[in-house]
Write a protein that binds this ligand. Structure first.
Ligand SMILES: Nc1ncnc2c1ncn2[C@@H]1O[C@H](COP(=O)(O)OP(=O)(O)O)[C@@H](O)[C@H]1O
Ligand SMILES: O=C(CO)[C@H](O)[C@H](O)COP(=O)(O)O
Length: 474
């Protein structure tokens, strides 16, 4: 069923086509992929897209699914869509590489054919420290990817022995710990390998030049964005030869591969640009450009980013700084967040139960909502246990307690950044799936004691599209 909605804006109209949910089907047995693919795309086919006008494609590969946003020079969204990841099972675990590759091309298929010839550039953001080590000739993975929140504690003593005290890499979930874990594992064939991040590998599928990353994704493997190089203590390690080249986010890497360009109908001059991480893309989307402005991403996880004139990092608390041009995005990412909510409530239940919450009243319930054991920020403790009991009779009270407890973790995070010397936060914008929850925003305003609002653009894919626009202008 396709619904065409016509709405008139100014002197022209936008036909917005909502493509309804595609059929949802389940695998008949393990060998077949269990695909629950929910496809929703929105297209604004504006009649005044002049010939020669360029569009910019951003794709966000988050924790639970991927999205795209197609914008024009003025930043207007011309098309957008999203897909949940198909969960291909192999040896009892998800084959994430196959899922991400399938989702990438499914998103490209979703882009309206009429708009593809206008796409001048593409960029992608992915989850930070999600690490894929690939064969440097074929680009095929040499082992399963290490996911963003996966910890390799056995590598931590080795990393702490070479890195400066409390350096960003001194966390079990850092990319460097994952690299050291791979390098140290006996059954690792040390053939010519390259380390890529999730966004790097997806972009490689489009441009074909192996071994290129950006200085946001490369931060947690040890790259120093201030001096724009890997530090000597890292370059002197035997595994440093697998490290990727690093560019600024939104830098043109090269033209889109001819085979992909012709398959999907992209123009000859379509270029592929370096990406970033999902929470930085969400910050870019919010367009908060003054020190003291911050963005909290309420996605599957809670990630906070505060624009600061001063760089701060301290692995004891999971605090690090990403570079944003001549300033610093200080923050960290907690394992609390929406994924915990999804364990108890569907999105519809979240909406209906939240309406019944009195956000002006503090919840007496004190939880630490985690999906599993381990926390990254504002306490870096791989052994931290989830705390989600006692559960009251009322689901409204339970949800209120969880939302308020996540807000307290967010407040603890911002207070910690101030104590460590970052520019004090003045205003918080909200991105991610949780940003639609007005009651949660008012709970957070009360707990943080700050103005909190929903960002104008809440999707990281929009931030990735802004990077594509930046790359096209080079
Ligand atoms: N009304 C709501 N209130 C609070 N959280 C919500 C609501 N609707 C969705 N969410 C949360 O949003 C999360 C998905 O956000 P999203 O930004 O898509 O995550 P990610 O990109 O990290 O997968 C889910 O974990 C879900 O719990
Ligand atoms: O938790 C995450 C999953 O969505 C984030 O990708 C990540 O941890 C945030 O990291 P960064 O601050 O490097 O962007």
């Amino acid at each position: 069923m396709i619904i065409i909605l016509l709405h008139v804006t100014g002197d022209h109209y936008n036909a917005t086509k909502l493509i309804s949910r595609s059929s949802i089907f389940k695998a008949r047995n393990k060998s077949e992929p269990r695909i629950t693919s929910l496809r929703t795309s929105k297209v604004s086919m504006d009649v005044d897209l002049e010939v020669g006008k360029q569009l910019y494609l951003g794709m966000d590969f988050g924790t639970s699914g991927a999205r795209y946003a197609l914008i024009d020079k003025e930043g207007c969204i011309r098309a957008e869509g999203k897909k949940e990841y198909p969960l291909y099972m192999s040896e009892e675990t998800v084959d994430w590489v196959r899922s991400w590759r399938t989702t990438l091309f499914a998103l490209l298929e979703d882009i309206p054919i009429s708009l593809r010839p206008y796409i001048g550039s593409v960029s992608i953001d992915g989850t930070s420290a999600t690490t894929i080590i690939v064969d440097s000739k074929t680009g095929e993975p040499l082992c399963r990817p290490f996911l963003y929140n996966q910890s390799c504690p056995e590598a931590l003593p080795i990393v702490k022995a070479i890195a400066p005290p409390n350096h960003t890499v001194c966390s079990g979930s850092s990319t460097l710990c994952k690299l050291v874990s791979w390098w140290s594992s006996l059954n690792t064939t040390k053939i010519a390998a390259v380390l890529l991040h999730q966004a790097d590998w997806l972009l490689w599928l489009l441009h074909g030049k192996l071994g290129v990353s950006d200085y946001n994704n490369a931060l947690k493997v040890g790259y120093d964005p201030e001096v724009e190089s890997y530090p000597p203590w890292l370059l002197s390690q035997p595994y440093s030869r697998v490290l990727p080249l690093v560019q600024a986010p939104g830098t043109t890497i090269g033209s889109m591969k001819e085979s992909i360009r012709t398959k999907f109908g992209f123009p000859k001059d379509c270029v592929v640009c370096t990406g970033t991480t999902d929470s930085i893309a969400a910050f870019l989307a919010a367009r908060a450009n003054q020190p003291g402005k911050a963005v909290t991403s309420l996605g599957s996880t809670l990630a906070i980013k505060l624009l600061s004139t001063r760089r701060v990092e301290d692995a004891r608390f999971g605090v690090y700084s990403h570079r944003l041009d001549d300033k610093w995005l200080v923050g960290g990412a907690s394992n609390t967040g929406g994924a915990v909510l999804r364990n108890f409530f569907t999105d519809d239940q979240l909406e209906k139960l939240s309406e019944q919450i009195n956000s002006a009243e503090a919840s007496p319930l004190d939880y630490y909502p985690l999906q599993d054991i381990g926390e990254r920020f504002p306490v870096a403790d791989p052994k931290m246990e989830p705390r989600l009991l006692p559960r009251p009779e009322s689901d409204v009270e339970y949800l209120h307690g969880i939302l308020e407890s996540i807000a307290r973790i967010e407040a603890k995070g911002y207070n910690l950044l101030k104590e460590l010397g970052a520019t004090p936060v003045e205003e918080v914008f909200t991105a991610g799936g949780g940003s639609k929850n007005k009651k949660w925003i008012s709970i957070r305003e009360r707990v943080l004691g700050l103005p909190v609002r929903r960002a104008l653009q809440t999707e990281a894919a929009y931030g990735a599209a802004l990077l594509a626009m930046k790359g096209a202008a080079q």
